[in-house]
Ligand binder design. Structure first.
Ligand code: ADE
Ligand code: ZN
Length: 326
């Protein structure tokens, strides 16, 4: 038998990835040094000791704080390059990458700086890493819809190379209905639409994301399992759910990987894929997520292959690219 370490990883599309969540502790320190920024941690170990989260918000606090090291286009480019290089080893052949522009604008970093820094590397990702990529502008749901609309208009005016919009950050208390006009504008502009829903929020947020925001994919969606009627609808619509198992454990959405609803979601016939969300924070990239699903909950090779195919089919890649990857 071939040892696991030398088995080629399954070719997958990564559909749920926040580029700022790929900032590894080493890169945080390197960028802080390059930019003359004083970090509130003495060393790597002290930073790593903060990676114990009690819920989504406790993670978001650290995630936003660490973005302080991203100042220049080069910083955004270096972060993106580091992700693609690691993702290639994880078997990622196509990636749809979320960027949180508002989290940078609020720190005085220009829209052009963050967008161009990431996009300059995505433009060469297929040649350099064998990974086709699309950029998705994600909007922070704890901010106002007017703020999101203003940023979307600026992105459209600068002809930013975005394929779609997403909705992330603090879910509970910030329901999809708050962003009805934003998503209507995005649809009108010909953009794809995705939203985090049912990570910490109730099943009704998933229904509202479908009905009010007209999304094409749901990020997370694990709490759909509390509503059998919703599950039936998601199955019938082949609605993609981008599940992030290690993230859900680290953010305490589930107690342990053994209690993760993924096997039940597969059994229900849901269109689920495996994704890393914020791999630098949650203990691993897509390959690590698959490895733990295999070793901890004994997920079958059949299910792994099925989810890899789901990820490619559920992507916004061209039909030609999908055919290459399937
Ligand atoms: N931003 C980055 N990661 C996130 C997550 N898992 N949920 C909501 N917002 C996020
Ligand atoms: Zn996410």
């Amino acid at each position: 038998e071939v040892p696991e370490a030398v088995q080629a990883p399954l070719p997958v599309a990564e559909l749920h990835l926040h580029i700022e969540g790929t900032l590894e502790p080493e890169l945080i320190f390197a960028l802080a040094e390059r930019n003359g920024i004083q970090l509130p941690y003495a060393d790597l170990d002290e930073l790593r000791s903060r990676y114990e989260f009690t819920d989504l918000q406790s993670f978001l606090d650290l995630y936003y704080a660490n973005m302080a090291v991203l100042r220049t286009e080069q910083d955004f480019a270096d972060m993106t390059r580091a992700y693609l290089s690691r993702a290639a080893l994880a078997g990622v052949r196509h990636a749809e990458i979320m960027l949180d522009p508002q989290a940078h604008l609020s720190r005085g970093v220009a829209l052009e700086t963050c967008v161009n820094g990431v996009a300059s590397v995505l433009a060469v990702s297929e040649q350099e890493f064998g990974i086709s990529t699309l950029l998705i502008a994600a909007f922070l749901r704890d901010l106002s819809e007017d703020s999101a609309l203003e940023v979307l208009e600026k992105l459209l005016a600068m002809d930013a190379p975005i394929a779609g919009i997403g909705l992330d950050s603090a879910e509970v208390g910030n329901p999809p209905a708050k962003f009805e006009r934003l998503f209507a504008r995005a649809k009108d502009a010909g953009l794809h639409r995705i939203a985090h829903a049912g990570e910490e929020g109730p099943p009704s947020y998933i229904i509202d994301a479908l009905e009010i925001l007209d999304v094409e994919r749901i990020d997370h969606g694990i709490r759909c399992m509390e509503d059998p009627e919703l599950v039936e609808r998601l199955v019938n619509e082949l609605m993609p759910l981008t599940v992030c198992p290690l993230s859900n454990v680290r953010l305490r959405a589930v107690d342990t990987l053994n209690e993760h609803p993924l096997p039940a979601m597969l059994a229900a016939g849901l269109n689920v894929s495996v994704n890393s969300d914020d791999p630098a924070y949650f203990g691993g990239y897509v390959d690590d997520n698959f490895a733990q699903l295999r070793s901890v909950i004994g997920l079958s090779e059949f299910d792994c292959v099925r989810m890899a195919a789901n990820s490619i089919r559920s992507s916004f890649a061209s039909d030609e690219r999908k055919a290459e990857l399937l």
